[in-house]
Design a protein around this ligand. Sequence first.
Ligand code: C5P
Length: 243
Amino acid sequence: MSRRRRLYEGKAKVLYEGPEPGTLVQHFKDDATAGNGEKHEVIDGKGVLNNRISEFIFTHLNELGIPTHFIKRMNMREQLIREVEIIPLEVVVRNVAAGSICKRLGVESGTRLPRSIIEFYYKDDKLNDPIVAEEHITAFGWANPQELDDIMSMAVRINDFLCGLFMSAGIQLIDFKIEFGRLYEEDTMRIVLADEISPDSCRLWDIKTQNKLDKDRFRQDLGGLVDAYREVAQRLGILSEAD
Ligand code: C5P
């Protein structure tokens, strides 16, 4: 394990001091939590798969000109990232109704939404990450209007890219959660994609069978989480059938 200084420990990841100033090491744990930590399990192999899948997606996004914190994968569980100031918002993009929007608005799970919807949740465990409007975000200064504009246009581009990527793997992207940060370079600042994109933070349904290939397998006690994540990695061409 690492002898680096630990800066932050979250539910599924740890951040360590990086080798150079302005860098961090993001470590993917095997821990799975749901209901804001009420349900917790260690699922052998999950962190390794999320590290690989997130690396694959962030590398493509960087190539497409969508700025991210990702620099490179270092080993099975760790990636080198740029240090950013995290904006305290969870940005959720939905294409099909599932999860909390069904409870909140009485929409049937699986209903295709008339258009993609972007939602914001304020990151605060004590408050259970409440949904908030743009008004709250700018009034409380969590992000300014220009930053919010940048976040929304990046979220739309990321959704377009991910829908196509998963579609080509026979997977429907139902929804996903992303986070952004401020990257300070010399005397400039820009908003970049941070955190991770993996089956922990997306809903992914097999197009043919409607099987869930994401963290709902854990939330709903369906079992087979690691097999589902491995299936996603294999279909994206990250792992071979033999892995
Ligand atoms: O629970 P809800 O339907 O709002 O989740 C929407 C999407 O955001 C899902 O893909 C879920 O996995 C993701 N999410 C997340 N982390 C959270 C809340 C939701 O990755 N804290």
